[in-house]
Design a protein around this ligand. Structure first.
Ligand code: AMP
Ligand code: MN
Ligand code: MN
Ligand code: MN
Length: 275
């Protein structure tokens, strides 16, 4: 059995390993195939591809695009994309601008709430794509929260003082950019959205109609029940199945690279699409 992990992050967004260090970690964990899927950026793909050339790791260029759909944030992973595609790059530049504007607004709101951490959050992002994770790290560092998880709960989750909805892509745009770049669009972590089953079904209908082809059937913490649940959704909408840990670095002990359950036999693997 080959080991795949098709959802990971680097320091180009909110991961803690550089693209090169991520590939080294994949080699160490004996991951055969890894995709780097940073939030709204392809900045790490060239370095990761280059690093993968000198080890026994097959590298898949990817992305995780932030989408607003019916007032909710949904993440669409793109796999096997051409990182040089101009339409994709143009779309991602817009999202980068949206992230910068949102980061300013988060910083202002947190300052009003007594936590002046904007500078530290930008320092944490290190010039890469700035996310709420960087604010969580800044809040923790400045002593406003005991850890990142409580920083999210107290400051950054919906309804909390530092929550700002970003101006993300539409579902149709995200799927279109990915397909236009020759990639396969995949609904990331489908059970993590706060959505009713009716809403999730509508999302998958619209996703499929837009040209989406895959869904993450295997994620970190996937129980047999959850796997069965998402496998049924995959079958209902004729979606291929993906496998991804959403790895953000070695600090998150419960989320290891490549240590994932196998895809059920009944599910067509997404990698069949590009093979
Ligand atoms: P953003 O795209 O800027 O809204 O940031 C989203 C990122 O924050 C996700 O990709 C996760 O890495 C992280 N995140 C979201 N919610 C939590 C949480 N409750 N605890 C820890 N990290 C979280
Ligand atoms: Mn993240
Ligand atoms: Mn995500
Ligand atoms: Mn992710």
């Amino acid at each position: 059995m080959s080991v795949l992990d098709l959802h990971t992050h680097s320091t180009c967004s909110d991961g803690t390993l550089s693209p090169e260090a991520l590939i080294a970690e994949a080699a160490r964990e004996r991951v055969d195939t890894i995709a780097l899927t940073d939030h709204d950026t392809v900045a790490g793909l060239a370095a990761a591809a280059h690093a993968a050339n000198s080890v026994e790791v097959n590298f898949i260029p990817g992305i995780e695009i932030s989408v607003t759909w019916n007032g909710k944030v949904v993440h669409i992973v793109g796999l096997h994309i051409d990182r040089d595609d101009p339409v994709l790059q143009h779309g991602l530049e817009r999202l980068a601008q949206a992230r910068r504007a949102r980061a300013e607004e988060i910083g202002r709101r947190l300052r009003n709430a007594g936590a002046d951490v904007m500078q530290e959050a930008h320092r944490q992002a290190g010039g890469g794509m700035i996310t709420r994770t960087h604010y969580a790290r800044a809040l923790t560092r400045a002593g406003h929260a005991g850890n990142e998880s409580s920083a999210f709960k107290r400051y950054l989750a919906p309804g909390r003082p530092g929550y700002v909805m970003g101006a993300w892509a539409t579902l149709t745009e995200a799927v279109g950019w990915i397909r236009g770049a020759g990639g396969v669009a995949v609904v990331a972590h489908p059970l993590r959205y706060r959505m009713s089953r009716t809403q999730l079904n509508r999302l998958l209908e619209e996703f499929t109609a837009a040209g989406g082809e895959g869904i993450e059937v295997i994620t970190t913490n996937a129980t047999p029940n959850r796997i069965r649940d998402v496998a049924q959704l995959a079958n209902r909408y004729a979606l291929a199945g993906s496998v991804g840990s959403d790895y953000h670095g070695p600090e998150t002990a419960w989320n290891r690279l490549g240590h994932l359950a196998p895809l059920p036999q009944s599910i067509r693997p997404v990698w069949d699409i590009w093979h």
